[in-house]
Design a protein around this ligand. Structure first.
Ligand code: FE2
Ligand code: FE2
Length: 473
């Protein structure tokens, strides 16, 4: 095992793929299917080349190389973080034992399932975002979109490698299925709800990369703790790439808010729709939508499956090694959201193991607060009195304790009929979406930017904003 990628191979990798001819052949026969998927389900805007980073080394410094690359020639590869030969299982009933280089028979089905679910989200987001290039607000943004897309493609490779290398024929079949399911498809949709929603405009894209990619960060964080070492090392490296996706979301929303504030100030009005910016209430509604569907991705408040995954060592907690407890949790408890017998929104105590989804979601929510704080600072510095906020956890939920009720963003329960009547106050209406869409006119000229968004503070890899990030076809 070396940390340096071998780019002389058909499939760049740092897993010494050439030493396992069978596996290499299997992956080489999956490769054209992947490329076919990319051509038919990937970005639709024709380009000559894009200023992309490609992973060359998984080590601390210099893991990425930047250059203009025609996208279909991007070198999607297989990269695992470096192996820690002394690594031991950090939690559950195998705590303290050496980690596993192979899949233990008794956990095979569960591990395969976890990998398939993670793998399914990666190409899904590429599909969701495929038409956005046509309306990019700048070449800088266009480049970031494509960077996210190629890396989600690489994350698919990461999961497919594990399926091929460790799960035999079933794994290979699952790898095929990952290309056959499609986001929003009626016959074979993607596995998780949020990945079947469309990403029709750039405000949605920024909210998606802020809230939904951040869910990915937390899921990968739990899999990084896995006793199955190849999965752990794969996820560790994916997390490095994920950081860029979240930067795109965070700074994207920053820049939308910034521009709205500027227009509000300039014209001394809250009603910026007539002036080509996105009104704060519309930004809030988009936030409400993306946050609530992303909360659903964490599953129910309680889960015995997840308790079993933990005890077995398959999936840990966020930053497991920083937790100050016995890492087995057999006698601990946690408060989780629930609906009381009287039908009220409340909390109840359950065993910590069963409540692990809640633990992870709580970490995620705290992280999301960070974005809101930062956007509110922009509002404050701009001298605007309105503020953005995260809606209550019971708002607009389709999964878990609150799936059966309706609630306002303040957490007040609502009768279904009133929700029907009033949901447009809190979620994007057709009018809002049509307005946002009407702003989505492409700005594909170097150094120029659309009027609804502020330019970024920094370019990519030290390049200026007006760099030729993308050459269109
Ligand atoms: Fe990803
Ligand atoms: Fe991502």
């Amino acid at each position: 095992m070396t940390s340096t990628a071998d780019y002389s191979e058909k499939i760049p990798n740092n897993v010494s793929l050439h030493e396992d001819r069978r596996l290499q052949r299997a992956l080489e026969s999956w490769q054209p299917n992947f490329l076919h998927w990319w051509q038919t389900m990937g970005p639709t805007l024709p380009t000559q080349d894009v200023y992309l980073r490609t992973a060359v080394n998984v080590g601390r410094d210099g893991w990425a190389q930047f250059g203009h690359v025609p996208m279909p020639e991007y070198r999607w590869g297989i990269f695992l973080a470096e192996r820690d030969p002394g690594r031991r299982v950090g939690f559950g009933e195998h705590k303290g034992e050496p980690v596993w280089d192979k899949v233990p028979g008794e956990y095979r089905a569960e591990l395969q399932r976890l990998i398939v679910i993670q793998g399914d989200t990666e190409p899904a987001s590429v599909e969701q975002q495929r038409n956005l290039g046509a309306t990019a607000p700048s070449l800088y943004d266009l480049r970031n979109l494509f960077q996210v897309n190629v890396e989600e493609g690489r994350h698919l490779w990461a999961m497919v490698y594990l399926l091929h290398a460790y799960f035999g024929r079933e794994g290979r079949e699952e790898a095929e299925e990952l290309l056959h399911r499609n986001s929003g498809s009626v016959d074979s949709p993607r596995i998780l709800g949020a990945f079947n929603e469309e990403t029709p405009d750039w405000l949605s894209f920024f909210m998606f990369t802020y809230f939904t990619d951040r869910d990915g960060k937390y899921q990968l964080g739990t899999l990084k703790e896995s006793a199955f070492d190849p999965l752990s090392r794969t996820c560790e490296f994916m997390l490095k790439e994920e950081a860029h996706h979240m930067m795109v979301g965070t700074t994207g929303v920053d820049r939308v808010v910034q521009r709205t504030v500027e227009v509000m100030r300039e014209h001394d009005t809250d009603d910026v729709a007539a002036l080509g910016a996105i009104p704060l209430p519309v930004i809030q509604k988009y936030l409400n939508f993306h946050y609530s569907v992303s909360l659903d991705l964490f599953g129910g408040e309680t889960s015995t499956n997840v308790a079993n995954y933990y005890t077995a060592g398959l999936k840990g907690r966020w930053l497991e090694d920083r937790r100050k407890d016995d890492h087995q949790l057999a006698s601990d408890s946690i408060m989780v959201d629930t609906i009381s017998e009287e039908g009220e929104i409340g909390q109840t105590e359950v065993s910590a193991l069963v409540g692990l989804n809640t633990d992870l979601r709580r970490e995620y929510i705290a992280d999301c607060q960070g974005g809101v704080k930062r956007w509110n600072r922009i509002l404050e510095e701009g001298g605007v009195r309105q503020r953005l906020k995260l809606p209550h956890v019971a708002f607009n939920r389709k999964v878990g304790a609150f799936a059966g009720i309706e609630a306002t963003p303040d957490g007040e329960k609502l009768p279904a009929a009133e929700w029907q009547r009033r949901q447009g106050e809190w979620l994007p209406t057709d009018v809002d979406k049509t307005y946002v869409r009407s702003l989505m006119r492409p700005v594909h000229e170097r150094g120029k930017i659309a009027a609804w968004i502020a330019p970024p503070r920094n370019g990519i890899n030290g390049q200026p904003f007006d760099y030729d990030y993308v050459h269109l076809a």
